[in-house]
Design a protein around this ligand. Sequence first.
Ligand code: ADP
Ligand code: MG
Length: 731
Amino acid sequence: MQSLRFSALEHLSGVDATISGAEHTNKITDVFGSNVFSGKVMRESLSDEAYKSLMNSIKGGNKIERKMADQIAAGMKAWAMKKGVTHYTHWFQPLTGTTAEKHDSFFTLKGDGTALETFDGDALVQQEPDASSFPNGGIRATFEARGYTAWDPSSPAFIIEQGSGKTLCIPTIFVAYTGESLDYKAPLLKALSALDKAAVDVCNYFDKNVTKVTATLGWEQEYFLVDETLANARPDLVMTGRTLVGHAPAKGQQLEDHYFGSIPERAYAFMRDFEEESYKLGIPLRTRHNEVAPSQFECAPIFEEVNIAVDHNSMLMDIMNKVAKRHKLKCLLHEKPFAGINGSGKHNNWSMATDTGVNLLAPGKTPKTNLMFLTFFVNTIKAVHDHADLLRASIASPSNDFRLGANEAPPAIISIFTGKYLSEVLQEVKTRVSNKFDEQDEAILKLDLHRHIPELLLDNTDRNRTSPFAFTGNKFEFRAVGSSANCASAMTTLNAIMAKTLVNFKKEVDGLIEKGEKKEIAIMQTLRKYIVESERILFEGDGYSEEWEKEAAKRGLENIKTTPLALDAMVNKKNAELFISTGIYNARELHARHEILLEDYVKKVQIEARVIGDLATNIILPAAIKYMNQLVTNIQGLKSIGLGEESFLAQKQIVGKIAEHVNVISENVQKMIEARKVANKLTDQRQKAIDYCDKIKPYFDVIRYHADKLEFLVDDNSWSLPKYRELLFLR
Ligand code: ADP
Ligand code: MG
């Protein structure tokens, strides 16, 4: 029988590159948000009273009364039914990393047998998914396995379409019956609210009119596209989202001919379709381009409030997977689907904005607004410095481990790039602010600092691409986030550490003011102190270089390369105190989350270990042995017609090499299985994860090395796994 690889290759040429499932409008604004229960739709479908109540709740997080909830639900239902919706679901983001839905129809039968379409306040506000199989880190004992989802009015409801089916989705948080959060959204909302409060307090030093601060996020999503039938012939891609073996192709990304190149037709058709779906859902996608590696692409939206941006990214990842299927493509969101070429990240561009319309990380136009900018800028540096370990933990995952510290991605060392002008500004504050610093010095310094700003604004070339956390003119870009991650993890942490730092900052400044210091001077002095305390985290050089690793070690910066150890930071005393004091997690939630992430690590590495064992045993070794037999038959044949050793030297040599690789693979697969047996007996989740990382994962490299050698040696016709050159270059 022909192998899947060859039938896939045959099929490939028959694919219509421009297939498209959707009609496309020429004007995005015509469809934008058409499937969203937006402010405008709310206004149209709700009574004044219900609209006001909902708006208040969105702005201030106030509770919505039961009666109002009924009215809002009725308005939502009417709108949704007019659009052909039959079902509704609470839509949430459990700790599996994907989104979850459980559809219920509006349809009900009343006691007297009347069939009705209903959707009331109760159904809107709360649902009880039978959710005993979501990760819970031991929070829910089986006798109390219930959880519930609760409406998050700050993220608008939306309609997803699948074929002709339409479902109303209500964004919700997901909590255990005992109250502990079991998802990404609940802690994120708490972190954002902590940040809001802390940032408003600090803003009020400069502007009394500020009453709300929202964090903003613009993510950049990288991904790979592979022909689906080719991908289906790779059990590793199907099961783990990455290739566990594969000989490097003759051509990789060295010609740099893909980055920003013209977009291939088939990828373009896919992009247009998923963009169209995204527009309807109000996801403001703006940018699309080829990325560095062959078959790698990126898309990015206009930034939004963090909570919405996170929901939109989760929705987008789901949409991309589904739309890819329609195009007979597989969308790979994994951080490192292919060895030897770039992996995928999801840069998180982050800033904070006031309700007076000021971006707090944009340098101001006047010396006074500059001091406000400088305050938030320095506090961010201090927050990242004090909690670098926690930030590292927030992006830790088995798949991101392959990327961090590899030669194309930010290192596992957290450092901050500020750019030349802001480095100078920080230096000036450091050297000129002193204890004897008076009002006149302060005024002159402020003016001097202000002089740097026009230079800063003009300078767009000052872009360091190797820093995990870089200032890019009016925002910070957290680059170490992985492409498959839910941004909520990084965002919860970043906003939490920022909130905590701002609270402390205010305490210190108020302390100085109480001692009689003038406000501006107290601020300058505290900023100076923060600069001195955190300057070791500032790094302007090449983050990919070996010198930086050495330098960072000298500076005492951590460089934790693996997830099981990186996660320790979540539960150490300092960070636990941070989460508990800001009300983002209680101790139980924090430990449960730590446990869940360790468990996730173990499971994912375990699956990979099984898959690589399977591949080796029943695909790679049989192919090698079959080819070896052909060679042996050939040698015997040559011998039988009387030819001597010199006529089959090459064959003999190849047989020898293949035999060696076959033996090494077979031996290491066995050893890996034994190591797994040992690790599986461990009951301590952390130790188990460390074992999987240090004792099992290393076998992957050995097995792969020899498998790739075999791929190179064995007859192409007997090799049934699609090769890198096919996966990466054929579309
Ligand atoms: P690049 O960094 O690639 O040069 P941009 O500076 O235009 O491109 O922005 C990159 C991303 O940063 C976009 O997704 C954009 O929405 C986002 N972004 C821009 N300003 C902000 C902000 N104030 N807060 C959060 N994200 C922002
Ligand atoms: Mg960028």
